[in-house]
Write a protein that binds this ligand. Structure first.
Ligand SMILES: *Cc1c(COP(=O)(O)O)cnc(C)c1O
Length: 234
């Protein structure tokens, strides 16, 4: 079995290769280690290899790990799971990034609850690019209005967009989904009533990160390729 350190090296090589193949600048794609269901020791091992950004889907599990790893300097916590509005306070207090904001109510609460002594919370709006019934995320058509409203909230920094297109669809469809998200971000950048860095396209996972990078991903969220197969039967 390969170690987490080996896996990080191989994922990093994949990212570098795909970045180069897309004629993009070296270092323009960052790696988020998706650590849901993994024990804190696995994250500690990843951190020892220099991987400091972690993505978590389940709040209580994440809070336990944040606490267990509080001795490690420089960790960056990203919340990437569906958000119930009664969970926003703990997210606003303990995370640096949230990728899964898909409605104004949740954004308002995160802004109101972000502690004053912390920098603004980095936000990606999650888009349901394939219009799948079962998926979280706003529709592309809702994005102009939602982004304008979110970008006015004082304690949030609107960094960009996130999507989880169905990885099992044919490659041309998947590519079109990534491209639709990239176009969505381009449009927001041209929209006068949307403020914020708008520098982040959070898309691509273990199986499709090359395609996502070819279409402009600036952050890929990788779980399986880094930590091995996961038991999702929770
Ligand atoms: C689980 C998960 C990932 C990672 O998926 P892998 O296929 O294991 O790389 C990425 N993004 C989100 C939102 C996830 O829930």
């Amino acid at each position: 079995m390969s170690s987490i350190a080996d896996n990080i090296r191989s994922v990093t090589r994949r990212i570098q290769k795909a970045t180069k193949a897309a004629a993009r600048a070296d270092g323009s794609v960052s790696l988020l280690a998706v650590s849901k269901t993994r024990p804190a020791e696995d994250l500690r091992e990843a951190a020892a290899s220099g991987q400091l950004a972690f993505g978590e889907n389940y709040l209580q599990e994440a809070l336990d790990k944040i606490s267990a790893l509080s001795d490690l300097p420089g960790l960056e916590w990203h919340f990437i799971g569906p958000i119930q509005s009664n969970k926003t306070r703990a997210i606003a207090e303990h995370f640096q990034w949230v990728h899964s904001v898909d409605r104004l109510k949740v954004a308002r609460r995160l802004s109101e609850q972000r502690p004053q002594d912390l920098p603004p919370l980095n936000i990606c709006l999650q888009v349901n690019v394939d219009n799948e019934d079962s998926k979280s995320g706003c529709r592309l058509e809702e994005l102009p209005e939602l982004a304008a409203a979110v970008s006015e909230l004082p304690r949030l920094s609107l960094r960009g967009l996130m999507a989880i297109p169905d990885p099992d669809q044919p490659e041309d469809r998947l590519r079109a989904s990534f491209r639709a998200l990239a176009n969505g971000l381009d449009q927001l950048r041209q929209q006068e009533n949307v403020n914020g860095p708008l520098d982040t396209l959070s898309m691509g996972m273990s199986g499709d990160l090359e395609l996502a990078i070819a279409e402009g991903a600036t952050l890929v969220r990788v779980g399986t390729a880094m930590f091995g197969a996961r038991d999702d039967s929770r």
